[in-house]
Design a protein around this ligand. Sequence first.
Ligand code: T3D
Length: 245
Amino acid sequence: KVETIQLTTHNGVGWLKLNRPEKLNALNETLLREMKTAIDTFDQDDAVRVIVIVGEGRAFSSGQDLTIESDADYGEYLEDVYHPLVRALFSCRKPLIAGIHGVVAGAGLSLALAADVRIVAKSTKFSSAFIKIGLVADAGGPYHLRRLMRHDLALDWLWNGSTIDAEVAHTFGLVTELVEDAMYTERLTTYAETLAAKSPIAVQGMKALMRATSFEDGLNEEIEWQRKCGNTDVHRQAMQAFLMK
Ligand code: T3D
C-alpha cells in the first residue's frame, strides 16, 4: 500500500505519479522511499517496458518538503533516504521518462534530470532553488547537469538559483521535447507507448551501451547485446519482411 505516489500499468508503460498535489509534490521521506521501491518493482516487472514519472496536480515537484522540522544531519538524510532512490533511478535498466509540467524545483529537478528523457509542457518553470536556502545542489543533480549542459552555464544557474522558462531549459539541453500545454499529456502517452512497443532488448541495450564507461567496454558490451537482439523474433521477422520486399 502506497500513500504518496500512484502506480498504474497500461500498454507496457509503468506510470509513477507523485501524489502530494496539495504540496506541489514536495518530497518527503515516505514519498522518496515509496518511489525507490516502485522503481525497483517496475524494473523487475516484465509487463513494464517503459517507466514514466509525472506529478499529480499543478506541478511535477516543488523539491524537498520544506515544512518538515528536522534536526537530522543532512548528510545522513541524503545517504539514507535520497541516495537509494537516486541509485535506483541511475541503475534502472528500462527507459525512464520524466513528464514535467508546472514547476520543477530543487531536489525535484535532480530526480527529473536522472531520467533518460524529459518531455516538458511549455509553461513549466525550472528552479535550481538550492542556493536560495543556502544548500548545495544534491540528489545527483550536479552530476546530471554536468552531463547535459555547459559547465559554466550550469554553475552560473546553480549559483544564481533563478527560475527559468522551459524554452530556456530547452536551450540548456535539459528538455528532450517541448510540448504545447494542451498537447502535453497526449504526447507524453504516445511517446511512452511508442517506445514500449519496440523491441525491449534493443531498447534496453541502447540505454546500457550509452552508459558504457569506456570505448573498449562499449565494444565488448555491444557484442553481447547484438547477439541477444539478433536472436529475437522481432529482428528475424523484420529481416524476412525486408527480403520479401
Ligand atoms: O535533504 C536534502 O539534502 C535534499 C535537499 C533538497 C533541497 C531542495 O529541494 S531546495 C528546493 C526546495 N523547494 C523550493 O524552494 C520551492 C518552494 N516552493 C515555492 O517556491 C513555491 O511553492 C512555488 C514557486 C514552487 C509555487 O508557488 P505557488 O504560488 O504556485 O504555490 P504555493 O502557494 O507556494 O504552494 C502551494 C502549496 O504547496 C503551499 O501550501 P499551503 O500554503 O497551500 O498549505 C506551499 O506551502 C506548498 N509547498 C510548495 N513547495 C513546497 C511546499 N510545501 C513544502 N515544501 C515545499 N518545497
